[in-house]
Design a protein around this ligand. Structure first.
Ligand code: FAD
Length: 465
């Protein structure tokens, strides 16, 4: 029988409806569609998709189980390698990873691996996730700093190996960006909580409201723990550095999204934290963070939501699906346009942004064509709120408070491919080591570091600060 060339569609809320609510946009596959999609998999002998998966899921095996209708077994195969499948099944950039390696690309669209991973994770959660088997304790203890995807994955894998793990998290909730950054309509928070609960059931203890570097230092952690993993992410906002950036009405993407997601500002006054939005919002940047800001502002009632980016659509770093959803929802893309000044009303309140038109020149160090301002092309746009989403840098607190820890140019902790830092016993991974990247890369780094930590603590060496 000929193989279907396209993925099965995943139904979703219509754009006009969904811009009025924070409910998740896609509904996910039903059982029949999941089985039909799974049957598209050719079960290639060389399994190229696995090479594209940073957490090494046996993709053909779990898809074969779905095709046979054995969803429990499929969940087992996925969970063997990935403790956060409902998260990665929603936000992973599959197109450039597992699906980017699928043999079916030669005929048309790849197997919808991401949608199938999401289906199986949701099936298992709806049914009631089985408690993991208890593992014999090794008597060793590891401290993990940061409860984002890197820290949680590292913690879960170490617990599966029998080590005692405590996660120290600065915020009052787990998940890192999954909780405070990515909006509810893309990643519902009860799903993040359910996956964190599973990691806790593996034996991981999570302590909240502890800012390592302030409340306790990494050196002090070694009084109780045999090794430390640092997964503190890249939460430091980058600014445009243009006049007027301190006007009232200019937010960093981080502050804006944290207010809305973690502090539930979209349900103010039921929740304490407000967020000011106005009628016209401009988001600067074109990555996933920018798409989240622009789409969130529409849901908060903005009449116009501009996305202003200095390069063209070809260079936009956001996932195609996010760009597609933003366009469907009415975000107005102003490409090849760069802000030069925020303008206020004389009393400190933002009222306009002055922008300049750009053209593309030769490729720069990033390989993308360099944006060049077009002389005398400035004009002003009336706005009430500006959201700056041009990138984040590594959180500096832990790197600055560990003596002798090697740091790289952009403030990230220097590690080898297994997360070893310049200090034996201290490991790091995720955005704090790579700079702002992706959920699955952070999870992959946590996984590799867990193996290296296991090897290190079994070697019986001990680091004494
Ligand atoms: C808005 C937004 C949207 C995104 N969308 C996507 C997407 O669609 N797909 C994708 O793959 N990636 C996306 N990303 C990127 C992705 O979320 C990150 O690459 C990933 O979360 C990094 O994981 P991490 O564990 O390294 O760090 P984080 O998720 O940042 O977690 C770090 C944790 O450490 C805690 N911490 C920091 N300092 C301390 C301290 N001193 N003591 C104790 N705890 C501390 C923080 O509170 C946080 O909980 C997005 C990022 C943002 C901001």
């Amino acid at each position: 029988m000929a193989v279907r060339k396209t993925k099965h569609e995943m139904p979703e809320q219509p754009p006009k409806e969904r811009v009025k609510n924070f409910k998740e946009v896609p509904y996910g596959y039903d059982k029949e569609t999941a089985i039909e999609e799974a049957k598209r998999c050719l079960q290639c002998k060389n399994k190229p998709c696995i090479e594209g998966c940073p957490v090494e899921i046996d993709i053909p095996a779990f898809i074969a189980c779905i095709a046979e209708g054995d969803f429990d077994k499929a969940a087992e195969v996925v969970k063997a390698k990935n403790s956060l499948p409902a998260v990665s099944g929603r936000v992973c950039p599959y197109e450039s990873q597992c699906e980017g390696k699928c043999t079916l690309l030669k005929l048309g669209e790849p197997v919808a691996i991401g949608r199938l991973e999401r289906f199986i994770a949701d099936y298992e959660r709806d049914k009631g996730v089985k408690d993991p088997k208890k593992v014999k304790s090794t008597g060793k203890k590891v401290a993990v700093v940061g409860a984002g995807p890197a820290g949680l994955t590292c913690a879960g894998d170490l617990a599966k190996m029998g080590h005692g793990v405590t996660v120290f998290e600065a915020l009052h909730a787990p998940g890192g960006v999954l909780m405070y950054g990515i909006p509810e309509f893309r990643l519902p928070k009860d799903i993040v909580n359910a996956e964190v609960d599973y990691i806790k059931k593996l034996g991981v203890d999570v302590k909240y409201d502890i800012v390592v570097g302030k409340t306790i230092t990494v050196d002090e952690l070694f009084e109780e723990y045999d090794a430390v993993f640092i997964g503190t992410g890249a939460g430091l906002p980058r600014w445009l550095r243009i006049p007027g950036e301190n006007l009232d009405g200019v937010y960093s993407a981080n502050e804006f999204l944290t207010r809305v997601n973690l502090m539930k500002a979209y349900r103010f006054p039921e929740y304490d934290t407000p967020v000011k939005i106005g009628k016209i919002v401009a988001t600067f940047g074109a990555g996933n963070v920018a798409m989240d800001c622009a789409r969130t502002s529409l849901r908060l009632g903005a009449e116009k939501s501009y996305l202003i980016y200095r390069r063209s659509d070809v260079e936009m770093p956001a996932r195609n699906e996010e760009i597609h959803h933003a366009k469907e929802e009415g975000v107005i893309f102003k490409l090849l346009t760069n802000p030069v000044e925020f303008i206020g009303d004389g009393e400190g309140l933002l009222t306009k942004v002055k922008v300049i038109k750009m053209k593309l020149g030769e490729p720069d160090d990033s390989g993308r064509r360099r944006p060049i301002p077009i002389p005398d092309s400035e004009y002003k746009i009336k706005i009430d709120t500006a959201l700056v989403a041009i990138g984040q840098s590594p959180n500096p607190l832990v790197p600055q408070t560990v003596k002798g820890l090697k740091i790289e140019k952009w403030g990230n902790i220097k590690t080898d491919e297994n997360g070893r830092t310049s200090i034996p016993g201290i490991f790091a991974g995720g955005d704090i080591a790579t700079g702002a990247a992706t959920v699955i890369l952070a999870m992959g780094a946590g996984k590799r570091a867990a193996r290296a930590i296991d090897k290190y603590i079994k070697s019986k060496k001990k680091y004494y600060p």
